[in-house]
Design a protein around this ligand. Structure first.
Ligand code: NAP
Ligand code: MG
Length: 405
């Protein structure tokens, strides 16, 4: 008998190899065991083109309504892709559209298995990185200064007031840049970080450089402090501590730590540090991602893309060994969250058992090619895309029988 899931999950389909493994996961690991209503949105590139990207907006609205979504990797078209698929235009990144509609923050979390040791010996638990994805150098105005000049920063208020600050008196050539951020955006970011730290029951760390940038970075620090104070009781109840550090201290502390925290990063720090942390933990195929809105909507995803190189092999009829772990964990993340919101412990239990089946399969030495060179001991061979999923299914069935489902 299947496990009944009370409320729907929004399912967002995607492109290329990610779409192939998506289908396999759904058919082999989810639908045989769950009686679930999936609100399906096909964000495959052709359908986005056909609907002039309306489908992306509809999917985001559906997540807003149903609270929980799960998304397959999608192509963000560039000029080459426009030609390849004969698209009407280079539609924007669906992730950026959905993130903007939900006003959400993306958190990346690695999946840890015993036989793939992190590069950093002390790391034992996941380090979750939250990146503020608005402003700073990513929305900057910059210029080359050609010769002797004065650079000024001018703010002209709508009521006619003006404020002019001297940036630098250039005696010779140089460069200049102006950046900005928004109170609302920083606040939403802080709220999403607090929301997810409570959800994950991990400490929340935030680092900036407020000793140097007293107004700009200082404002980030103050907003985090204010938002943390507003949620003090919930944080205490979840046993979540908040720490503010200088960014350089935060980097040093993270490296020396055993992990197990949510590290909230300003935009540039998050860009840089998420690559460091991802590399430190191993493969992209083991990195999950979740979009959290400040009002508690959750969209789960794998951090990797559509794995186009593997897809081209697949189309030629060649065997592939694509890692489906992050996509499976996207499904379990959404299913667990659905179960928590619906207060259906058996649904949460299913998510736990599927994750356990995946981890045990890898720990037994069965893994895809990307993991083989990272694993200790190194396995003899590697599993093909479908073989790996089949091995997980066998283990899942054992576990389900074990608990009488
Ligand atoms: P990618 O799909 O992440 O793949 C880059 C490389 O990383 C692959 O060629 C493969 O290396 C390895 N890899 C990634 N995921 C893997 C997995 N699950 N199993 C095994 N190996 C894996 O990035 P990309 O090739 O730069 O981008 C392809 C498309 O994805 C682009 O159109 C881009 O727009 C899109 N994209 C979407 C998202 C999203 O929807 N969230 C995110 C990023 C990129 P080897 O070739 O060495 O095996
Ligand atoms: Mg980066």
């Amino acid at each position: 008998m299947k496990i009944k899931v009370k409320n729907p999950i929004v399912e967002i389909d995607g492109d290329e190899m990610a779409r192939i493994i998506w289908r396999l996961i759904k058919d082999r690991l989810i639908l045989p065991y769950l009686d679930i209503e999936l609100k399906y949105y096909d964000l495959g590139i052709q359908n986005r083109d056909r609907t002039e990207d309306r489908i992306t907006y509809e999917a985001a609205e559906a997540i807003r309504h149903y609270m929980v979504g799960v998304k397959c990797a999608t192509i963000t078209p560039n000029e080459e892709r426009v030609k390849e698929f004969g698209l009407k235009k280079a539609w924007p990144s669906p992730n950026a559209t959905i993130r903007a509609i939900l006003d959400g923050t993306v958190f990346r979390k690695p999946i840890i298995v015993k036989n793939i040791p992190p590069l950093v010996k002390t790391w034992k638990k996941p380090i979750i990185i939250g990146r503020h994805a608005y402003g700073d150098i990513y929305k900057s105005v910059e210029a080359a200064v050609e010769g002797p000049a004065i650079a000024e920063l001018k703010i002209r208020y709508d009521d006619g007031r003006e404020k002019v600050l001297n940036i630098h008196r250039f005696d010779s050539e140089g460069i200049v840049m102006a950046i900005h951020n928004m109170e609302n955006s920083i606040r939403s970011f802080a709220r999403a970080c607090i929301m997810y730290a409570i959800d994950q029951k991990v400490d929340l760390w935030f680092g900036a450089k407020d000793t140097i940038s007293k107004t700009y970075h200082g404002r980030f620090r103050d907003i985090f402090k204010e938002e943390v104070e507003l949620k003090r009781q919930e944080l205490d109840e979840a046993g979540v501590k908040y720490r503010y550090m200088l960014i350089d201290d935060a980097v040093a502390q993270v490296l020396k730590s055993e992990g197990g925290m949510l590290w909230a990063c300003m935009n540039y720090d998050g860009d840089v540090m998420s690559d460091m942390v991802a590399t430190g933990f191993g493969s992209l195929g083991m990195m999950t991602s979740v979009l959290v809105s400040p009002d508690g909507r959750f969209e789960y995803e794998a951090a990797h893309g559509t794995v186009v190189r593997h897809y081209r092999e697949y189309l030629k009829g060649n065997p592939t060994s694509t890692n489906s772990v992050a996509s499976i964990f996207a499904w379990t993340g959404a299913i667990r969250k659905r179960g928590e919101l619906d207060r259906t412990p058996e649904v949460v239990k299913f998510a736990d058992l599927l994750e356990r089946a995946v981890i045990e399969t890898i720990e037994s030495g069965i893994m895809t090619k990307d993991l083989v060179s990272l694993a200790e001991p190194r396995p003899q061979g590697y599993a093909l895309t479908e073989e790996f999923i089949e091995k997980v299914r066998e283990r899942l069935e054992e576990h389900l029988r074990g608990v009488g489902f």
